[in-house]
Design a protein. Structure first.
Length: 130
């Protein structure tokens, strides 16, 4: 038998967004998260659960949405992107064209075709014609 409970607005908003992606209801999404939490707690000791909670870097999705157009949100996004492995990609003003940035700073324009980056110009030096 179900029982009504009070949930924070942040949790409900996060569940609504996640539910849309996973094709679950908001209730189904929250129940799914609760099942995962319960399973984790059963397999981990209290000290591990407490350490995991203290180390938690996750920011509620609703908070990220609120911050996305603010300077601190842009700074957080830049820091996360900079922490990713190379290569990095940036959009250009040309539709469908991106810049691939290598770890050494090399920048090459190209497009994605079948999930593969294809340079607009050959990355190989042109052979001298004689």
């Amino acid at each position: 038998m179900g029982m009504p409970v009070k949930l924070s607005d942040h949790l409900v908003l996060d569940a609504r967004v996640a539910a849309g992606v996973t094709n679950r209801s908001i209730t189904g999404q929250i129940e799914f998260w609760a099942e995962i939490g319960k399973a984790m707690e059963e397999r981990m000791g209290f000290a591990e659960v407490a350490a995991l909670k203290r180390a938690q870097r996750n920011v509620p999705l609703s908070q990220l949405i609120d911050e996305v157009e603010r300077p601190q949100g842009r700074a957080r996004l830049r820091a996360e992107l900079d922490a990713l492995a190379y290569p990095h990609f940036e959009p250009t003003k040309k539709p469908g064209v991106f810049v691939r940035i290598s770890e050494d700073g090399q920048r090459i324009e190209g497009r994605f075709q079948k999930r593969e980056f294809v340079p607009l110009v050959s990355e190989l030096p042109h052979a001298a014609t004689t």
